[in-house]
Design a binder for this molecule. Structure first.
Ligand SMILES: Cc1cc2nc3c(=O)[nH]c(=O)nc-3n(C[C@H](O)[C@H](O)[C@H](O)COP(=O)(O)OP(=O)(O)OC[C@H]3O[C@@H](n4cnc5c(N)ncnc54)[C@H](O)[C@@H]3O)c2cc1C
Length: 356
Protein backbone atom coordinates (compact mmCIF):
# COMPACT_ATOMS: atom_id res chain seq x y z
CA UNK A 1 0.00 0.00 0.00
CA UNK A 2 1.15 3.51 -0.76
CA UNK A 3 -0.04 5.55 2.12
CA UNK A 4 0.11 9.21 2.92
CA UNK A 5 -0.42 8.72 6.68
CA UNK A 6 -4.05 9.62 7.20
CA UNK A 7 -5.09 12.44 9.43
CA UNK A 8 -8.85 12.45 9.44
CA UNK A 9 -9.39 15.87 10.91
CA UNK A 10 -7.51 19.11 10.87
CA UNK A 11 -5.09 19.49 13.70
CA UNK A 12 -2.76 22.26 14.67
CA UNK A 13 -0.46 21.51 17.49
CA UNK A 14 2.23 23.03 19.57
CA UNK A 15 2.57 19.68 21.31
CA UNK A 16 6.14 18.55 20.92
CA UNK A 17 6.61 16.01 18.14
CA UNK A 18 9.86 14.24 18.80
CA UNK A 19 10.67 13.07 15.35
CA UNK A 20 9.65 13.46 11.72
CA UNK A 21 10.58 9.82 11.10
CA UNK A 22 6.91 8.80 11.33
CA UNK A 23 6.17 11.08 8.37
CA UNK A 24 8.86 9.93 5.96
CA UNK A 25 9.12 6.69 3.99
CA UNK A 26 12.79 6.44 5.00
CA UNK A 27 11.59 6.53 8.63
CA UNK A 28 14.29 9.09 9.29
CA UNK A 29 14.36 12.73 10.34
CA UNK A 30 14.71 14.59 13.63
CA UNK A 31 12.39 16.86 15.52
CA UNK A 32 10.32 19.67 13.91
CA UNK A 33 10.18 23.11 15.54
CA UNK A 34 6.42 22.84 15.22
CA UNK A 35 4.04 20.62 13.29
CA UNK A 36 0.83 21.82 11.68
CA UNK A 37 -1.46 19.29 10.04
CA UNK A 38 -4.11 20.64 7.72
CA UNK A 39 -6.87 19.22 5.56
CA UNK A 40 -7.95 22.73 4.47
CA UNK A 41 -6.48 24.53 1.47
CA UNK A 42 -7.20 27.96 2.97
CA UNK A 43 -5.48 27.05 6.18
CA UNK A 44 -2.45 25.74 4.31
CA UNK A 45 -2.16 29.09 2.49
CA UNK A 46 -2.65 31.04 5.75
CA UNK A 47 0.06 28.99 7.48
CA UNK A 48 2.59 29.66 4.74
CA UNK A 49 1.55 33.32 4.39
CA UNK A 50 1.87 34.00 8.13
CA UNK A 51 5.21 32.25 8.36
CA UNK A 52 6.50 34.23 5.35
CA UNK A 53 5.31 37.51 6.91
CA UNK A 54 7.11 36.67 10.14
CA UNK A 55 10.23 35.43 8.34
CA UNK A 56 9.85 31.89 9.71
CA UNK A 57 10.92 28.93 7.57
CA UNK A 58 8.24 26.40 6.58
CA UNK A 59 8.79 22.90 5.29
CA UNK A 60 5.88 21.53 3.27
CA UNK A 61 5.60 17.81 3.76
CA UNK A 62 3.02 15.51 2.17
CA UNK A 63 3.84 11.80 1.78
CA UNK A 64 7.46 12.26 2.88
CA UNK A 65 8.57 9.88 0.13
CA UNK A 66 11.08 12.18 -1.56
CA UNK A 67 12.80 13.91 1.34
CA UNK A 68 15.88 13.18 3.39
CA UNK A 69 15.56 15.11 6.65
CA UNK A 70 18.62 15.63 8.84
CA UNK A 71 18.92 13.93 12.24
CA UNK A 72 18.65 17.38 13.83
CA UNK A 73 15.20 17.75 12.24
CA UNK A 74 13.79 21.02 10.94
CA UNK A 75 13.90 24.03 13.27
CA UNK A 76 10.93 25.85 11.67
CA UNK A 77 7.31 24.94 11.04
CA UNK A 78 6.47 21.70 9.25
CA UNK A 79 3.18 21.87 7.34
CA UNK A 80 1.75 18.41 6.86
CA UNK A 81 -0.59 18.66 3.89
CA UNK A 82 -3.67 16.43 4.01
CA UNK A 83 -6.13 18.21 1.69
CA UNK A 84 -8.37 15.89 -0.30
CA UNK A 85 -10.58 16.06 -3.38
CA UNK A 86 -10.88 14.93 -6.99
CA UNK A 87 -13.19 16.87 -9.30
CA UNK A 88 -13.87 16.84 -13.05
CA UNK A 89 -13.67 20.49 -14.12
CA UNK A 90 -14.04 20.02 -17.88
CA UNK A 91 -15.28 17.20 -20.09
CA UNK A 92 -15.25 17.56 -23.83
CA UNK A 93 -15.43 14.68 -26.28
CA UNK A 94 -12.67 12.25 -25.46
CA UNK A 95 -10.93 14.51 -22.99
CA UNK A 96 -11.49 15.24 -19.28
CA UNK A 97 -9.68 17.71 -17.09
CA UNK A 98 -9.54 16.49 -13.50
CA UNK A 99 -8.57 18.78 -10.61
CA UNK A 100 -6.87 16.98 -7.74
CA UNK A 101 -6.16 18.44 -4.30
CA UNK A 102 -2.47 18.51 -3.42
CA UNK A 103 -2.78 16.21 -0.40
CA UNK A 104 -4.69 13.51 -2.28
CA UNK A 105 -2.84 10.18 -2.32
CA UNK A 106 -1.35 9.92 -5.80
CA UNK A 107 -1.94 6.23 -6.27
CA UNK A 108 -5.58 6.54 -5.14
CA UNK A 109 -6.03 9.06 -7.94
CA UNK A 110 -4.38 6.74 -10.48
CA UNK A 111 -6.69 3.91 -9.36
CA UNK A 112 -9.69 6.25 -9.66
CA UNK A 113 -8.65 7.32 -13.18
CA UNK A 114 -8.24 3.70 -14.29
CA UNK A 115 -11.61 2.74 -12.76
CA UNK A 116 -13.26 5.63 -14.62
CA UNK A 117 -11.69 4.74 -17.96
CA UNK A 118 -9.39 7.77 -18.07
CA UNK A 119 -6.10 7.07 -19.76
CA UNK A 120 -2.79 8.91 -19.36
CA UNK A 121 -1.37 8.21 -15.88
CA UNK A 122 -1.69 4.40 -15.66
CA UNK A 123 2.07 3.83 -16.08
CA UNK A 124 2.59 5.98 -12.98
CA UNK A 125 0.78 3.43 -10.80
CA UNK A 126 2.26 2.54 -7.44
CA UNK A 127 4.33 5.69 -6.91
CA UNK A 128 4.07 6.75 -3.25
CA UNK A 129 3.21 10.24 -2.08
CA UNK A 130 0.73 12.96 -2.89
CA UNK A 131 -0.74 14.33 -6.11
CA UNK A 132 0.51 17.84 -5.26
CA UNK A 133 4.11 16.67 -5.09
CA UNK A 134 4.06 15.10 -8.56
CA UNK A 135 4.84 18.37 -10.38
CA UNK A 136 7.72 19.11 -7.97
CA UNK A 137 10.12 16.66 -9.63
CA UNK A 138 7.95 15.86 -12.66
CA UNK A 139 7.34 12.37 -11.33
CA UNK A 140 8.00 9.68 -13.89
CA UNK A 141 8.33 5.96 -14.46
CA UNK A 142 8.07 3.39 -17.26
CA UNK A 143 8.37 5.96 -20.06
CA UNK A 144 5.72 8.28 -18.63
CA UNK A 145 5.89 11.49 -16.60
CA UNK A 146 3.28 13.84 -15.19
CA UNK A 147 4.38 16.59 -17.61
CA UNK A 148 2.55 14.55 -20.30
CA UNK A 149 -0.85 15.19 -18.65
CA UNK A 150 -0.58 18.26 -16.38
CA UNK A 151 -2.34 21.26 -17.92
CA UNK A 152 -2.21 23.59 -14.89
CA UNK A 153 -0.74 23.78 -11.40
CA UNK A 154 -2.67 25.99 -8.96
CA UNK A 155 -0.19 27.34 -6.46
CA UNK A 156 0.20 29.97 -3.77
CA UNK A 157 3.13 32.19 -4.71
CA UNK A 158 4.89 33.52 -1.63
CA UNK A 159 6.62 36.23 -3.65
CA UNK A 160 3.44 37.88 -5.00
CA UNK A 161 1.20 36.64 -2.15
CA UNK A 162 -1.35 35.35 -4.70
CA UNK A 163 -2.85 32.06 -5.76
CA UNK A 164 -2.50 31.50 -9.48
CA UNK A 165 -2.80 28.85 -12.18
CA UNK A 166 0.58 28.09 -13.71
CA UNK A 167 0.86 26.75 -17.25
CA UNK A 168 3.11 23.76 -18.06
CA UNK A 169 5.59 26.21 -19.65
CA UNK A 170 5.81 28.18 -16.39
CA UNK A 171 6.36 24.93 -14.50
CA UNK A 172 9.51 24.33 -16.60
CA UNK A 173 9.20 20.55 -16.39
CA UNK A 174 12.35 18.59 -17.15
CA UNK A 175 13.77 15.19 -16.18
CA UNK A 176 13.01 14.85 -12.40
CA UNK A 177 12.88 18.63 -12.16
CA UNK A 178 10.67 21.72 -12.41
CA UNK A 179 10.54 25.33 -11.26
CA UNK A 180 9.21 24.01 -7.92
CA UNK A 181 12.09 21.74 -6.98
CA UNK A 182 14.62 23.19 -4.53
CA UNK A 183 12.50 26.33 -4.19
CA UNK A 184 10.27 27.39 -1.35
CA UNK A 185 8.46 30.00 -3.42
CA UNK A 186 5.33 27.95 -4.19
CA UNK A 187 2.79 25.93 -2.26
CA UNK A 188 1.00 23.65 -4.73
CA UNK A 189 -2.73 23.56 -3.90
CA UNK A 190 -4.36 21.69 -6.80
CA UNK A 191 -3.16 20.09 -10.02
CA UNK A 192 -5.20 19.79 -13.25
CA UNK A 193 -4.58 16.66 -15.33
CA UNK A 194 -5.94 16.27 -18.85
CA UNK A 195 -6.79 12.61 -19.42
CA UNK A 196 -8.25 10.73 -22.37
CA UNK A 197 -11.55 8.86 -22.11
CA UNK A 198 -10.40 5.44 -23.23
CA UNK A 199 -10.38 1.86 -21.95
CA UNK A 200 -6.87 1.53 -23.37
CA UNK A 201 -3.55 2.77 -22.04
CA UNK A 202 -1.36 5.41 -23.64
CA UNK A 203 1.13 3.86 -26.11
CA UNK A 204 3.77 1.80 -24.31
CA UNK A 205 7.15 3.53 -24.44
CA UNK A 206 9.24 1.35 -22.15
CA UNK A 207 10.89 -1.86 -23.42
CA UNK A 208 10.78 -3.73 -20.08
CA UNK A 209 7.05 -3.02 -19.74
CA UNK A 210 6.36 -4.08 -23.34
CA UNK A 211 8.26 -7.32 -22.73
CA UNK A 212 6.27 -8.06 -19.55
CA UNK A 213 3.05 -7.47 -21.43
CA UNK A 214 4.16 -9.53 -24.41
CA UNK A 215 3.56 -6.54 -26.72
CA UNK A 216 5.63 -4.09 -28.76
CA UNK A 217 6.56 -0.52 -27.94
CA UNK A 218 3.79 1.72 -29.33
CA UNK A 219 1.01 -0.78 -28.54
CA UNK A 220 -1.84 -0.02 -26.14
CA UNK A 221 -3.27 -2.43 -23.59
CA UNK A 222 -6.35 -2.33 -21.33
CA UNK A 223 -5.92 0.25 -18.58
CA UNK A 224 -6.26 -2.21 -15.70
CA UNK A 225 -3.73 -4.57 -17.28
CA UNK A 226 -1.26 -1.68 -17.61
CA UNK A 227 -1.79 -0.72 -13.95
CA UNK A 228 -1.49 -4.31 -12.68
CA UNK A 229 1.63 -5.03 -14.72
CA UNK A 230 3.39 -1.86 -13.59
CA UNK A 231 2.41 -2.70 -10.00
CA UNK A 232 3.96 -6.16 -10.26
CA UNK A 233 7.15 -4.86 -11.89
CA UNK A 234 7.51 -2.20 -9.20
CA UNK A 235 6.80 -4.59 -6.32
CA UNK A 236 9.52 -6.95 -7.59
CA UNK A 237 12.00 -4.07 -7.25
CA UNK A 238 10.81 -2.94 -3.82
CA UNK A 239 9.39 0.20 -5.40
CA UNK A 240 5.94 -0.10 -3.83
CA UNK A 241 5.76 0.78 -0.12
CA UNK A 242 5.42 -2.22 2.15
CA UNK A 243 5.42 -1.66 5.91
CA UNK A 244 6.91 -5.13 6.42
CA UNK A 245 9.71 -4.85 3.87
CA UNK A 246 12.74 -2.63 4.68
CA UNK A 247 13.74 -2.79 1.01
CA UNK A 248 10.95 -0.26 0.49
CA UNK A 249 11.99 2.10 3.32
CA UNK A 250 13.60 4.46 0.88
CA UNK A 251 12.93 7.49 -1.28
CA UNK A 252 12.75 5.31 -4.40
CA UNK A 253 15.74 6.13 -6.59
CA UNK A 254 18.36 7.95 -4.54
CA UNK A 255 20.29 9.23 -7.57
CA UNK A 256 19.07 10.53 -10.91
CA UNK A 257 20.35 8.89 -14.08
CA UNK A 258 23.23 11.06 -15.35
CA UNK A 259 22.69 12.77 -18.70
CA UNK A 260 25.94 13.32 -20.61
CA UNK A 261 26.90 14.22 -24.19
CA UNK A 262 27.15 11.03 -26.29
CA UNK A 263 30.86 11.77 -26.94
CA UNK A 264 31.57 11.81 -23.19
CA UNK A 265 30.14 8.32 -22.87
CA UNK A 266 32.61 7.08 -25.47
CA UNK A 267 35.59 9.04 -24.12
CA UNK A 268 35.04 7.61 -20.63
CA UNK A 269 35.25 4.08 -21.98
CA UNK A 270 31.57 3.51 -21.30
CA UNK A 271 30.79 2.13 -24.78
CA UNK A 272 29.54 -1.07 -23.19
CA UNK A 273 27.22 0.73 -20.73
CA UNK A 274 23.49 0.68 -21.49
CA UNK A 275 21.94 4.06 -22.28
CA UNK A 276 18.80 5.80 -23.41
CA UNK A 277 19.20 8.37 -26.22
CA UNK A 278 18.38 11.88 -24.99
CA UNK A 279 17.81 15.26 -26.58
CA UNK A 280 20.49 17.31 -28.35
CA UNK A 281 23.05 14.52 -28.75
CA UNK A 282 22.95 13.49 -25.10
CA UNK A 283 22.56 10.05 -23.56
CA UNK A 284 21.10 9.04 -20.20
CA UNK A 285 23.12 6.32 -18.47
CA UNK A 286 21.39 4.17 -15.83
CA UNK A 287 22.82 5.18 -12.44
CA UNK A 288 22.09 1.62 -11.22
CA UNK A 289 24.51 0.21 -13.84
CA UNK A 290 27.24 2.69 -12.85
CA UNK A 291 26.79 1.90 -9.14
CA UNK A 292 26.93 -1.87 -9.62
CA UNK A 293 29.91 -1.65 -11.96
CA UNK A 294 31.75 0.64 -9.53
CA UNK A 295 31.60 -2.22 -7.00
CA UNK A 296 28.41 -1.57 -5.03
CA UNK A 297 26.05 -4.55 -5.38
CA UNK A 298 22.50 -4.88 -4.08
CA UNK A 299 22.56 -5.25 -0.29
CA UNK A 300 25.83 -3.26 0.10
CA UNK A 301 25.57 -2.02 3.67
CA UNK A 302 26.49 0.84 5.96
CA UNK A 303 25.54 1.34 9.61
CA UNK A 304 21.87 0.32 9.80
CA UNK A 305 21.38 1.30 6.16
CA UNK A 306 21.99 -0.45 2.86
CA UNK A 307 21.40 -0.54 -0.85
CA UNK A 308 18.08 -2.37 -1.28
CA UNK A 309 18.46 -6.08 -1.93
CA UNK A 310 15.99 -5.64 -4.82
CA UNK A 311 17.14 -2.46 -6.56
CA UNK A 312 20.60 -0.89 -6.75
CA UNK A 313 19.26 2.65 -6.94
CA UNK A 314 17.30 2.54 -3.66
CA UNK A 315 19.17 3.35 -0.45
CA UNK A 316 17.24 1.99 2.52
CA UNK A 317 17.00 2.32 6.28
CA UNK A 318 17.07 -1.20 7.72
CA UNK A 319 15.35 0.01 10.87
CA UNK A 320 18.29 1.18 12.97
CA UNK A 321 19.74 3.69 10.50
CA UNK A 322 20.22 7.43 10.82
CA UNK A 323 20.20 10.14 8.19
CA UNK A 324 23.89 10.63 8.79
CA UNK A 325 24.60 6.93 8.08
CA UNK A 326 22.42 7.04 4.96
CA UNK A 327 24.32 10.06 3.65
CA UNK A 328 27.66 8.39 4.45
CA UNK A 329 26.57 5.45 2.30
CA UNK A 330 25.41 7.80 -0.47
CA UNK A 331 28.76 9.64 -0.38
CA UNK A 332 30.72 6.38 -0.59
CA UNK A 333 28.69 5.37 -3.65
CA UNK A 334 28.87 8.80 -5.30
CA UNK A 335 32.65 9.01 -4.80
CA UNK A 336 33.17 5.41 -5.94
CA UNK A 337 31.28 6.05 -9.17
CA UNK A 338 33.21 9.28 -9.75
CA UNK A 339 36.57 7.54 -9.18
CA UNK A 340 35.67 4.61 -11.44
CA UNK A 341 33.85 6.39 -14.29
CA UNK A 342 34.46 10.14 -13.88
CA UNK A 343 30.71 10.74 -13.69
CA UNK A 344 29.10 12.65 -10.83
CA UNK A 345 25.83 11.25 -9.45
CA UNK A 346 23.29 13.72 -8.07
CA UNK A 347 20.63 12.98 -5.45
CA UNK A 348 17.02 12.81 -6.62
CA UNK A 349 15.29 13.54 -3.26
CA UNK A 350 15.21 16.94 -1.59
CA UNK A 351 17.75 17.15 1.26
CA UNK A 352 16.40 19.08 4.26
CA UNK A 353 18.82 20.40 6.87
CA UNK A 354 21.50 17.97 5.69
CA UNK A 355 23.88 17.70 2.76
CA UNK A 356 25.64 15.11 0.65
C1 LIG B 1 9.35 3.16 -2.86
C2 LIG B 1 9.39 4.48 -3.63
C3 LIG B 1 9.27 4.48 -5.01
C4 LIG B 1 9.30 5.69 -5.73
N1 LIG B 1 9.20 5.65 -7.08
C5 LIG B 1 9.23 6.81 -7.80
C6 LIG B 1 9.12 6.79 -9.22
O1 LIG B 1 8.96 5.74 -9.86
N2 LIG B 1 9.18 7.98 -9.89
C7 LIG B 1 9.34 9.16 -9.24
O2 LIG B 1 9.39 10.20 -9.91
N3 LIG B 1 9.43 9.21 -7.88
C8 LIG B 1 9.37 8.07 -7.16
N4 LIG B 1 9.51 8.12 -5.78
C9 LIG B 1 9.68 9.41 -5.11
C10 LIG B 1 8.37 10.03 -4.56
O3 LIG B 1 7.40 9.04 -4.33
C11 LIG B 1 7.78 11.09 -5.46
O4 LIG B 1 8.72 12.08 -5.72
C12 LIG B 1 6.51 11.72 -4.85
O5 LIG B 1 5.92 12.58 -5.79
C13 LIG B 1 6.80 12.52 -3.58
O6 LIG B 1 5.55 12.87 -3.01
P1 LIG B 1 5.39 13.21 -1.49
O7 LIG B 1 3.99 13.66 -1.28
O8 LIG B 1 5.84 12.06 -0.68
O9 LIG B 1 6.40 14.43 -1.34
P2 LIG B 1 7.27 14.82 -0.05
O10 LIG B 1 8.35 13.82 0.12
O11 LIG B 1 6.39 15.08 1.10
O12 LIG B 1 7.91 16.17 -0.56
C14 LIG B 1 8.89 16.16 -1.59
C15 LIG B 1 9.28 17.60 -1.93
O13 LIG B 1 8.16 18.27 -2.50
C16 LIG B 1 7.76 19.38 -1.70
N5 LIG B 1 6.29 19.38 -1.71
C17 LIG B 1 5.47 18.33 -1.43
N6 LIG B 1 4.19 18.71 -1.60
C18 LIG B 1 4.21 20.02 -1.97
C19 LIG B 1 3.20 20.98 -2.28
N7 LIG B 1 1.90 20.69 -2.25
N8 LIG B 1 3.59 22.23 -2.63
C20 LIG B 1 4.91 22.56 -2.67
N9 LIG B 1 5.90 21.71 -2.38
C21 LIG B 1 5.55 20.45 -2.04
C22 LIG B 1 8.36 19.13 -0.33
O14 LIG B 1 8.57 20.35 0.37
C23 LIG B 1 9.65 18.44 -0.70
O15 LIG B 1 10.61 19.38 -1.10
C24 LIG B 1 9.46 6.92 -5.04
C25 LIG B 1 9.57 6.91 -3.63
C26 LIG B 1 9.54 5.70 -2.93
C27 LIG B 1 9.65 5.70 -1.43
Amino acid sequence: MNVVPDVSSQRQTDEPVNSLAAYTTLRLGGRPGRLTVTAETDEAVATVRNAAAEGRPVLILAGGSNVVIGDAGFPGEVLLLRTRGIEVVRAHGESVVVRVAAGEVWDDFVAYAVANGWSGIEFLSGIPGSAGATPIQNVGAYGSEVAHTIVAVHAYDRQSDTVRAMSPAECAFAYRSSVFKHSDRYLVLHVDFQLTVSAESAPIRYAELARSLGTEAGDRVPLSLARDTVGKLRAGKGMVLDAEDPDTWSVGSFFTNPVVPAAVRESLGLDHAPYWPGEGGTVKIPAAWLIENAGFPKGYAGAGVSISTKHTLALTNRGSGTTSALLDLARTIRDGVRDRFGIELHPEPVLINCAL
